[in-house]
Design a protein around this ligand. Structure first.
Ligand code: SAM
Length: 269
């Protein structure tokens, strides 16, 4: 019975995602006020600052960075692409992998212009904003593939997707809590992705706090596991730093009921 319940919960989440609309999702979450680069308290600049810090402290390094549940977004690898020679993007949905491929192939038709993001991260790195074209070229050079993932499988990626020792670093943003039917499934999924990491590798996890749903498109209401900042607990994952952001009132724009965001830096022991 318990096994069947688990499968049904996961299957129900997968069904919700069939209505996911990359263009709408990008519009809801990756345009102002949530992505206002003039405001220090805007959510996207906060996430970019956390990632910039994590990737420039010197301890996160290696050959391969893997982003779990990339969605249609690239912001999460704009700092890491300067540190790793290979970046693997992953998502459950073909529509999201398609969106990412569109940017990679640079043939136009993307649903979001990533230029202000590239410029902002260049600024964080102490480079002139016009260096964004070099960063875009670097990112296109290091992304090796965009592949399917399912965090509810004990092996979330195809067996030959990673070297046998695992990835050097994993980043995952707003994925586990928004694809899991409950906290137990979230914790199991964290265990599954943890296995993709080599011993001594780092996990950078960004996620929603206190969120019970978000819209993945017009009328596409996706349930989320409401988390608090004390709920990060992964087998063999040692917490290095936890940062918390509280959403200002004017960023509660009716596309979800998120109250804050957490950033976790952890190392696999
Ligand atoms: N990482 C992006 C971001 O930061 O905006 C997207 C996050 S979005 C809230 C959740 C993502 O999880 C979607 O892109 C969705 O396709 C993906 N997803 C859905 N089911 C999944 C599963 N079982 N395993 C991995 N990813 C899944």
């Amino acid at each position: 019975m318990e096994g069947k319940g688990k499968v049904n919960g996961v299957a129900a989440m997968a069904a919700c995602y069939q209505g996911f609309d990359p263009a709408a999702y990008l519009q809801y979450n990756y345009t102002p006020p949530r992505a206002d680069f003039e405001r220090k308290d805007s959510i996207v600049p906060w996430k970019l600052a956390c990632l910039h810090r994590a990737f420039t402290e010197g301890d996160v390094r290696g050959e391969l960075l893997v982003d779990i549940g990339s969605g249609p977004t690239l912001y999460q690898v704009l700092s890491g692409c300067e540190v790793f020679n290979k970046v693997l993007l992953t998502d459950f949905l073909e529509v999201n992998r398609q969106e990412l491929r569109g940017w990679l192939e640079d043939e136009g038709g993307c649903n979001l212009d990533w230029t202000p993001y590239l410029q902002h991260v260049c600024k964080l790195e102490g480079r002139r904003p016009s260096a964004w074209t070099e960063k875009a070229a670097k990112l296109r050079q290091v992304i090796t593939d965009i592949v399917p993932v399912d965090v509810h499988r004990p092996h979330p990626l195809a067996l030959d997707a990673l070297p046998s020792e695992g990835a050097d670093c994993l980043v995952s943003c707003f994925c586990l809590e928004s694809v899991s039917p409950d906290l137990a499934a979230f914790t199991r999924a964290l265990g599954h992705i943890g296995r993709l990491l080599r011993t001594g590798g780092h996990l950078l996890l960004i996620g929603a706090l206190g969120e019970s749903y978000y819209f993945g498109g017009p009328g596409v209401r996706i349930p989320v596991v409401p988390l608090n900042e004390a709920q990060f607990e992964g087998e063999r994952l040692h917490l290095i730093r936890l940062e918390v952001y509280t959403l200002p009132q004017d960023m509660r724009v009716g596309v979800d009921d998120v109250s804050g965001v957490f950033f976790v830096k952890a190392i696999k022991e």
